[in-house]
Design a protein around this ligand. Structure first.
Ligand SMILES: *Cc1c(COP(=O)(O)O)cnc(C)c1O
Length: 384
């Protein structure tokens, strides 16, 4: 089976991990600091805070921004459930902004209209979480302009998008957001096994996330409300154990050196797909001039939705590990029980009936890619 995505680990990565295993620290220690610095430098952000995974980072981000009961958070229905679960963890309620069918990203017009309505009914969100689907940045300048009008905070779910660029700048520099979150799950662009980092230019938010990542405890003398002795630490908030280990950070540190290569390999393969698929009755997600995608995913949408299921099955039978990103979050049973229904976000639901993620990872061979395209071509021919 050709998988839809996978990590690429080389000897340098393995050596980096072994080095940490032989050192004094195994859990969070100096390698995490180095990794955080490497990410902050890479994406041009002032602060980076690493945690056990991107879901934890999204939760920390919501908490740092004060999301709590009675608050509302908006995100995209075409994302992984973590994009909205993070708000539910804080006791907030969630709503969605429908996507633009061409690029799969949060629709700016839908957002604008929903904000006007929400303002009129006193139901404005505290935070909006745009999702950089497949590695392409949302139109952050427009989203930030709208959010600012209503004093709404922004968390970018850039789980797919480390190494991507928006308006000539790296995604993660938080020019148009309060916090940006990256995932290092093995299918993502670079990996730490499990892991995530949030970036921000706001020192208070960084401190808060850092404290909440480790039980809400601080040992910084300047932050203590009292001092009992050199053993003393203080729990000042209800935090979690969301720490990354030095073992994982060492892997990440080694992986991040290869980020530019991975992005360029992914873009080359994506361009090859786009060219080879141009005559088929499928579309690929529109790529905007405003950026460079990290191409976590290569998503096609079928012109004919009625053959979607068969096409998917036949590709899997041909040992091509296609996948579907994503089942609209509001159609999950857990979310339906919260009151969401089929029909709530028609563009997302239509996209779900057409989308297929083709295999894409840095060392996908041209032969394997040709096999994917040939199989897809003959399957579409057969189902016509
Ligand atoms: C992978 C992913 C997450 C969660 O990342 P983890 O590191 O696995 O917790 C969140 N949002 C999106 C869009 C993702 O793809």
């Amino acid at each position: 089976m050709i998988p839809y995505g996978k990590q690429q680990i080389d000897q340098a990565d393995i050596d980096a991990v072994i080095e940490v295993l032989k050192s004094d620290y195994v859990t969070q220690g100096p390698a995490v600091d180095l990794f955080e610095n490497a990410i902050a430098t890479k994406v041009n952000a002032t602060y980076a805070v690493a945690a056990s995974n991107a879901t934890a980072c999204l939760h920390l981000a919501c908490m740092a921004l004060g999301v709590s009961e009675g608050d509302i958070v908006w995100t995209s229905p075409i994302s992984f459930v973590a994009s909205s679960n993070c708000a539910l963890y804080c006791g907030a309620s969630v709503d969605f902004v429908d996507i633009n069918p061409d690029d799969g990203l949060m629709c700016i017009t839908a957002l604008e209209e929903k904000l006007i309505q929400a303002n009129a009914t006193n139901k404005l969100p505290k935070v909006i979480i745009p999702v950089h689907l497949a590695g392409q940045s949302c139109n952050m300048r427009e989203i930030a302009k709208l959010a600012r009008q209503y004093d709404i905070k922004i968390i970018e779910d850039a789980s797919h998008a480390i190494g991507a660029r928006y308006l000539e700048e790296p995604v993660g520099n938080c020019q148009y957001s309060d916090i940006c979150v990256f995932s290092f799950h093995p299918v993502k662009i670079i990996t730490t096994g499990e892991g995530g980092v949030l970036t921000t230019n706001n020192g208070k938010l960084a401190n808060s996330a850092r404290q909440l990542r480790s039980h809400g405890i601080t040992r910084e003398v300047g932050e203590l409300t009292q001092y009992d002795g050199p053993w003393y630490y203080e729990q000042q908030a209800l935090g979690f154990n969301y720490r990354l280990t030095d073992i994982q950070a060492a892997l990440g540190q080694s992986q991040v050196q290869k980020l530019a290569t991975f992005i360029s390999q992914r873009n080359t393969l994506a361009a090859r797909y786009t060219q080879m698929l141009s005559a088929l009755p499928v579309k690929h997600l529109t790529q905007h001039e405003h950026g460079l995608s990290s191409y976590h995913l290569y998503v096609i949408t079928l012109d004919n939705a009625s053959i979607h299921r068969q096409c998917f099955d036949l590709l899997r039978q041909a040992k091509i590990g296609v996948n579907l990103h994503y089942i609209p979050i509001h159609l999950q049973p857990y979310y339906k029980a919260l009151g969401f229904n089929a029909g709530d976000f028609p563009n997302a639901e239509d996209y779900y009936k057409r989308a297929i993620s083709l295999p894409l990872y840095p060392d996908l061979s041209k032969d394997a890619q040709n096999h994917v395209v040939q199989s897809l071509t003959s399957i579409l021919q057969e189902l016509k």
